[in-house]
Design a binder for this molecule. Structure first.
Ligand SMILES: [Zn+2]
Length: 359
């Protein structure tokens, strides 16, 4: 879930990498949009408050960018703000929307744009309802309602929703290919390290640091560091299986930390640093057992990596997300993480993400 801190961080330090990009000339956009849609989305316009029936619409479904069909919001995150503009507490995905500081009209605000085509959507404010505390104040002219599709994973829904949009509008085809991203969950010591490494693998779209494998609910960093929660520091990896397979992710995981030391990685010691693979399907379980056997051949000591079904994943505090990339001068990053990344780059040169690291 995004919070105001995430929004400010994106606006100041750069936005998440979008799933795809669409760029068109002004004339091309004009030919696709109504005059009012064009004024709002391409010329940073604002529609009159209460000018759309979308404000009162709360039926299930999703909202896509009127310009490019990028899935922006889910109706479950819509609320009645009383402002006269459709309002939401969260975007459909963390990478759906881009944030920019906007100092126009004598105000300091954060503008929201479609992260795929740069359409102006509206603004986001830190006065929304809990738990996110965010209020996305969006022009109805920038949105199109998308029919409800069957429940699936969040990433899969995006692809399905785009297809539905094409069916309902019948206007044009989009340039995107529908992919079905999958999720893998690994622990291999300190998550600052594993997150930094996995963000650099081609085909990996997003890496989230968190806690899993233990009993307590909603643990915090201090709880987990105490070693009393049973949780391990883990990462949740969103990846495109058309680019990299789960088994190749397992191979990288098992060869870039030491899977033979029980509850220890280098100087980091405790059950929170144990080597673990958390599986979400019987197929992942079978793959994990198979690849551990395969990798065992290259170790003299037995691999002690725990393989367990994933029951819950708790996202770590914001300060632990992208820790390495936010703290390159930190001594731990230089002494411990840099050598690991160098080793990864030499072992897996063909797997290194070249352009943009994952979110
Ligand atoms: Zn768009």
């Amino acid at each position: 879930m995004l919070t105001w801190n995430n929004v400010i961080n994106y606006a100041r330090n750069g936005n998440p990498t979008p799933d795809r990009r669409i760029e068109k000339t002004a004339d091309e956009w004009r030919s696709l949009l109504t005059e009012e849609q064009y004024r709002v989305t391409r010329q940073q316009g604002t529609e009159r408050a209460f000018s759309s029936t979308l404000c009162e619409l709360f039926e299930p479904g999703r909202y896509a960018c009127v310009c490019c069909d990028n899935l922006l919001f889910d109706a479950t995150d819509k609320f009645d703000s009383g402002t006269g503009w459709p309002s939401f507490t969260q975007p459909a995905t963390p990478q759906a929307i881009a944030y920019h500081e906007d100092r126009s009209h004598g105000m300091s605000r954060v503008e929201t744009k479609c992260n795929v085509c740069d359409a102006h959507l509206g603004h986001v404010f830190p006065d929304g309802p809990a738990p996110s505390g965010l209020r996305y104040c969006i022009n109805a002219e920038a949105l199109k309602k998308v029919t409800e599709t069957t429940r699936d994973t969040a990433a899969n829904e995006q692809g399905a929703a785009i297809n539905d949009t094409e069916k309902t509008t019948g206007k044009r085809t989009t340039e995107n290919t529908t992919t079905h991203d999958e999720t893998a969950t690994f622990g291999g010591g300190c998550f600052w390290c594993t997150e930094a490494l996995f963000r650099r693998i081609r085909g990996v779209k997003q890496v989230t640091s968190g806690y899993s494998g233990g009993e307590s609910e909603n643990p915090g960093y201090a709880d987990v560091c105490s070693g009393q929660t049973g949780h391990a520091e883990v990462i949740q990896v969103l990846y495109d299986p058309a680019v990299i397979s789960y088994e190749d992710l397992l191979r990288i995981h098992l060869t870039t930390h030491d899977p033979t030391t029980l509850n220890r990685q280098g100087a980091d010691s405790g059950t929170q640093y144990r080597s673990i693979i958390l599986t979400q399907t019987p197929e992942q379980q079978q793959s994990a057992e198979k690849i551990v056997k395969e990798i065992q051949a290259s170790f003299t000591d037995p691999i002690v990596t725990e393989i367990a079904p994933l029951t819950a994943f708790y996202e770590a505090e914001a300060v632990h997300q992208k820790y390495y990339d936010s703290n390159p001068d930190n001594r731990y990053c230089q002494v411990v993480i840099d050598p690991k990344l160098n080793r990864f780059r030499s072992l897996y040169a063909d797997r290194v993400q070249q352009e943009n690291d994952a979110e």
